[in-house]
Every structure is written in structure tokens, then in C-alpha cells.
Design a protein. Structure first.
Length: 67
């Protein structure tokens, strides 16, 4: 079983700019992991389903396929 503890999290400030291209990312918001994407128009990380902006993103990780 994989838990959030074993995901290679990096500080949000260390994210390369090429990740802000609208792709889905694994993000740490407040006290939980979330899936989000960068919204260049609003200059923030958004929930791709609810379209609200996350406010406390502190870490990120790529979403990798299981292969």
C-alpha cells in the first residue's frame, strides 16, 4: 500500500515552471493531498472539478503512471 508519506514531495517553491502548463499534479493543500492544475489566467492552483482555487499549497509531486 502506498501512502502520502512515501510520495517524493518537493516544496512548491522548487517546482519547475514547465509543470505550470495545465497538467494535473499531486499537491499538498493544508493537511491533505489533492489533485490540481495551474490556472495561468488566475495565477493559482485550482481544483479541476470544482474550479475553486486552492489557498495553502505547500508541496507538489508528479502524477506517475503505475508502469
Amino acid at each position: 500500500m502506498i501512502t502520502a508519506k512515501y510520495i517524493p514531495w518537493d516544496p512548491i517553491g522548487a517546482m519547475p515552471d514547465d509543470r505550470k502548463d495545465g497538467r494535473l499534479m499531486l499537491l499538498w493543500e493544508g493537511d491533505r493531498p489533492v489533485i490540481g492544475r495551474w490556472d495561468d489566467g488566475r495565477k493559482g492552483w485550482e481544483d479541476p472539478e470544482g474550479m475553486h482555487l486552492f489557498e495553502e499549497i505547500t508541496y507538489w509531486a508528479d502524477i506517475n503512471s503505475p508502469e
